[in-house]
Write a protein that binds this ligand. Structure first.
Ligand SMILES: C[S@@+](CC[C@H](N)C(=O)[O-])C[C@H]1O[C@@H](n2cnc3c(N)ncnc32)[C@H](O)[C@@H]1O
Length: 252
């Protein structure tokens, strides 16, 4: 299998016909959120919350089938839709973390309610006893507020507290904005830093990462840089072309 596979098409069809069950180590799914964003001709609006949840259940079922028994699934959606996905997923997998990606906004500000400055992610595993999690690969600085290193005197031999820690479930990463080096022309491109944390934590070099809603192929680009195999599926031909260019692949 090539290290990076780009599939242009509907993820339901591609998942059913082009990807064997039990062949993927990590799925990162960032679907349309049912909030009316314009992805080219595609309309990000379902007739009801239930219709959207039913569509999500279709591709989530397929994504879970594609995962190896040790695999992990990260899912994003809107704050209003996530409760549907959470209830559905918790009966079919183990939801290990409910993560909030938060950011600042310089865009249009809400005036009569609290503006939306976060997006939720679920981190699920198939087998809560056996899954990849590389804590040391995503360690962040442990800020103690102290100028000097703090010493833990409770230990038999007093030692300094660790200077690093595992990030919690509130993640701050700036949104991708125009003029940032990674910016591509897409309304909901995710930051490479967010994907880097997900991929480093929940896969190893040589593993296969699948993104059924690749958009600008951020997942595949980061996977490629980190030595993972990847498969990205995207419906919109313009975004596929962006992805192929970003991945250093031939653009027909
Ligand atoms: C939220 S965006 C993903 C953005 C991506 N994470 C990135 O960083 O660029 C969702 C994407 O799903 C695509 N899409 C919508 N329906 C699809 C389907 N049925 N199969 C595959 N892709 C689809 C849209 O064109 C859009 O690019």
């Amino acid at each position: 299998m090539p290290r990076t596979r780009v599939i242009h098409g509907d993820c339901l069809e591609a998942l059913r016909t082009q990807i064997p069950d039990g062949s993927v180590d990590l799925v990162f799914a960032d679907p349309p959120y049912n909030i009316g964003k314009a992805f080219g001709a595609f309309k990000d609006r379902w007739p009801s919350d239930e219709a959207y949840a039913a569509w999500c259940a279709e591709w989530l079922t397929l994504c879970l089938a594609k995962l190896r028994d040790t695999g992990s699934l990260y899912v994003m959606t809107s704050t209003q839709a996530m409760p549907h996905l959470d209830l559905w997923l918790r009966t079919r997998s183990t939801v290990l973390s409910r993560i909030v990606w938060h950011y600042d906004s310089s865009g249009v500000q809400a005036r009569r309610r609290y503006g939306s400055l976060y997006e939720p992610l679920l981190f699920c595993v198939k087998d809560a006893k056996r899954y990849t999690f590389n804590a040391e690969a995503i360690a962040v600085e442990a800020r103690t507020g102290a100028v000097r290193k703090l010493i833990d005197y409770r230990k038999a031999t007093p030692t300094t507290y660790s200077a690093t820690k595992l990030p919690g479930n509130a993640w701050y990463f700036p949104r991708v904005r125009f003029r940032m080096p990674e910016y591509e022309e897409h309304p909901t491109q995710k930051p490479e830093a967010l994907l880097e944390r997900v991929i480093r934590a929940s896969s190893n070099e040589g593993d296969t990462v699948l993104d059924p809603f690749a958009g600008t192929f951020t997942t595949c680009a980061v996977a490629q840089r980190l030595g993972r195999r990847s498969i990205g599926i995207e419906l919109n031909g313009d975004y596929v072309a962006i992805g192929r260019r970003r991945l250093g692949l031939h653009v027909p």
